[in-house]
Write a protein of this length. Structure first.
Length: 215
């Protein structure tokens, strides 16, 4: 819903500003804000800026690297059903769901040492397999470039876009991940991340989901 609304807003502003280059600003929820509100958050460890230079419009988005919250049970059930359908396996209700999300090939993930990346993901899978009550998924929006992570990963297409629509409304550099517990509490990291952090977050479940909305 956020993605659709955001697209409509962009189309509206593009139409209204035809003939001049206007600059607009959005927060992490894709709500329009002022430039001063946008500039207020400057801690690069907490957020980063994305800029989309369109024909007649410049769109700036302040992205919060980490977002916590809670989805309703109906939404959690839909997510479980979608992931079960695409992976052809059941997800136990007690399981924590980990989704590594690949948005597509970009400047961020098209460079770097591919051999090193493959080894890190191989080691990551070994650590995940040692965790109890965890269901791991690798989803993609665009398949191009996924081979750079190694053949050991089973990439699946996000069938209805439910993960992106719920947690990752725009394309973030290098990919993202979402951790969802059995009650619907979630921890979303938007953009480039250290994969070694994921298993540590799952092991420290209480701290990871602390302060989630309606927790």
């Amino acid at each position: 819903m956020k993605t659709i609304l955001f697209t409509c807003i962009i189309c509206l502003y593009t139409t209204l500003t035809f003939g001049q280059k206007k600059e607009i600003y959005f927060n992490d929820d894709l709500v329009k804000i002022t430039k001063s509100e946008f500039d207020k958050e400057s801690d690069i460890h907490k957020s980063y800026d994305l800029k989309f230079n369109l024909d007649t419009l410049i769109v700036n988005i302040k992205v919060q690297r980490i977002k916590k919250g809670k989805v309703a049970k109906t939404k959690l059930d839909s997510i479980r059903n979608e992931l079960s359908l695409v992976s052809k396996r059941d997800i136990p209700e007690r399981d924590i769901i980990i989704v590594n999300y690949y948005h597509g090939l970009d400047k961020c993930n098209s460079s770097g040492n591919k051999s090193s990346v493959k080894i890190r993901y191989q080691n990551y899978l070994k650590r995940v397999k040692k965790l109890k009550n965890v269901s791991q998924f690798f989803l993609y929006k665009s398949l191009e470039g996924t081979d750079g992570y190694g053949k050991q990963l089973n990439w699946l297409k996000d069938p209805s876009g439910i993960i992106a629509k719920t947690f990752l409304p725009i394309q973030y550099p290098c990919g993202s991940y979402v951790i969802i517990d059995e009650n619907g509490n979630y921890y979303a990291h938007k953009g480039e991340y250290n994969i070694d952090n994921i298993t540590r977050l799952v092991r420290n479940k209480k701290k990871t989901f602390a302060n989630s909305e309606n927790n």
